[in-house]
Write a protein that binds this ligand. Sequence first.
Ligand code: ZN
Length: 464
Amino acid sequence: MKITLLGAAGGEVTGSCYLVETLRSRVLIDCGQFQGGPQADALNHGALPDVGSLSAVLLTHAHLDHTGRLPLLAKAGYKGPVFTTPASVDMTGLILRDAARIQTQDAERQNRIRERAGESPFVPMFSGADAEQIISQLRPVPYREPVSIAPGVQACFVEAGHMLGSASIQLLVDDGKGARRTIVFSGDLGPKSAPILKEFEPFTSADAVFMESTYGNRDHQPFAETVQEFVQIITEAIQSGGKVLVPTFAVGRAQLLTGLLAWAFREKKLKPFPVFLDSPMAIEASAIYQRHPELYDEETVAFLKARPIGLDLKTLHMTASPAESRAINGVPGPCMILAGSGMCTAGRILHHLRHNLWSPQAHVIIVGYQGHGTLGRQLVDGATKVTIFGETIAVRAKVHTLGGFSAHAGQADLLAWFDALAASKPRVCLTHGEPDARNVLRDVIAQRHGITPHLPAIGETIEL
Ligand code: ZN
């Protein structure tokens, strides 16, 4: 049997996609979009495996860099099942619909310009109908129960602690000619200390392991320290009377921050003040979180049981409509606005930044990774002027950067996950990491366990 790496390899962190082939079955694990970088477009439009003989698709989690090319499978005529956890079914629907909507809007805008220039229209990668088609093929599978997903292939999904519904997957593969192999895919692993979700659950045996290495070269600031810093920044900002803008990823980060605010209000670390969750997608993602309490960790269950969270969050306003969003401009006093996009590349946060960045009373808290070339990165790097919607805006607001809210496991947690598997002496391939992160993790694993992980390239095939 063989496994071909169709993304998130060769030092690339996006575009996760593995093809597992036996004499009897062909199974795809994830089918993600490549994001950022000059080659992303070409890679996204590159060839996918022939869908005619594809038996099944499995998803580790709903993030776009693991699901964003799924609609292309539907477009190519794939009619089979896409197995993932129940919460991932919900989240994947939300994320793919949003991606289709953004692509369609972008294409319409570009095509107005192209039409005036007499150029041929730009065709988006996939349509809303392609997204709906593949969403209708999603099939929920429970955690921790091996299920038969293709001839000779059983899959078992366990918690990965990275986002709601995230999983690591173990495949038990029997090629019908006497060869049996156990293959483990880590998916993206979350940090052990992060609240809300349960910790990842490691597997204990495998013949081959495909493991993410995003933070293979370092550990994050301890979570408790980051929370302390977060509370301190808000305390100062509220005292200065200004607005606090937080560019927020709609799924995961927005729920973490509203959860932390609820805790800080209940524990009297902060006096309640107006907070606006100004993102229709984050509001929907929060509703999906509420539908899956079975995935919460013990602390979160106890916190919710002790007192209804609504009592702590009386000052939280969900502003879904554009009119409600615009009305926030008229709010005079101190308040916090959580809005997307997380890297300030689009969305409502741009309007709030345009209205507030020039004010010395305003604060911006950066809580997530900011890619090169994004407006968020310019703010982190201390730009004194930025351009928003073609207008020059002076940056007089205070910009704070908080590094410890990552949804990815740091090096120590990655090693803890692998420790459980090490005794079975598997072949290890490190994926989903930039070159330095992969190199360092390879060396640490080699030193610790005497197993030297392989660093596969995109397109490489591993024979088992
Ligand atoms: Zn992810």
